[in-house]
Write a protein that binds this ligand. Structure first.
Ligand code: DC
Length: 218
């Protein structure tokens, strides 16, 4: 099957359902899938492993340039499987700091474009995909959900944390993501916003697939 479109950008805040939806849409349309959040997490993981403060801009930027990074089913950083570790609360916090670093962003955006060229496009999820990385994506989706629902979804994934802690972390991350100077989380003018509150995953996936098919015919 030929995918109906080349690039589908899926952006939105943490816990809006991006990963689940993006994976399922990629599956349905036989497209490849890239989780760009995992790339920021991998940089944070690598910095912590090397004893570099994730907030220390220059050393983190320097390290990122030469970092060997593979993001697919598994996330490999300098040959080490970090698939599980990059989801820890510590790495999650550090990733949000690393994501404010303009030089890190430049390098990761370059790699994201390279990935898309090598894969003939794909379903790409993140925060700045429709606004910065692929401003001419064929389809831009911005997923949202009520704060309480996002926190409750995340606390089911992070069993070691209390709901209150997850909610506070999420609010802090939302603030950092939306207020940073470089590529803040924002809705692209031509993005379609979908609120996933109370919606089953299948419904959202159906909508995105239908929109992708309509985008081909447009
Ligand atoms: O989607 P996530 O929670 O795995 O993302 C991890 C961090 O990276 C989060 O703080 C937002 C940031 N991020 C970003 O700034 N730009 C992206 N394209 C993807 C993620």
């Amino acid at each position: 099957m030929t995918p109906p479109v080349r690039i589908i950008a899926i952006d939105g805040p943490a816990g809006a359902g991006k990963s689940t939806v993006a994976r399922a849409v990629a599956d349905r349309l036989e497209m490849d899938y890239l989780d760009t959040g995992a790339m920021y997490r991998a940089v944070a993981f690598a910095a912590m492993r090397r004893g570099i403060d994730p907030a220390d801009a220059e050393p983190v930027a320097l390290m990122t340039r030469d970092l060997q990074l593979e993001v697919a089913e598994k996330v490999t950083v300098d040959g080490v499987d970090a698939t599980i570790e990059i989801r820890s609360p510590e790495v999650t916090r550090a990733a949000s700091a690393v994501a404010t670093n303009p030089k890190v962003r430049t390098e990761l955006v370059r790699r994201q474009r390279e990935w898309a060229a090598a894969h003939g496009g794909g379903v790409i999820e993140g925060r700045d995909i429709g606004t910065v990385v692929f401003p001419s994506a064929d389809l831009k989706i911005f997923l949202t959900a009520a704060d309480a629902e996002r926190a409750s979804r995340r606390s089911k994934e992070m069993l070691e944390l209390h709901y209150d802690e997850v909610a506070a972390d999420l609010a802090r991350r939302d603030r950092t993501d939306t207020t940073r100077d470089t590529s803040p989380l924002a809705v692209a003018d031509d993005a379609i916003q979908l609120d996933t509150t109370g919606l089953g995953i299948d419904k959202v996936v159906e909508s995105v697939v239908a929109l992708a098919e309509a985008a081909t015919r447009a």
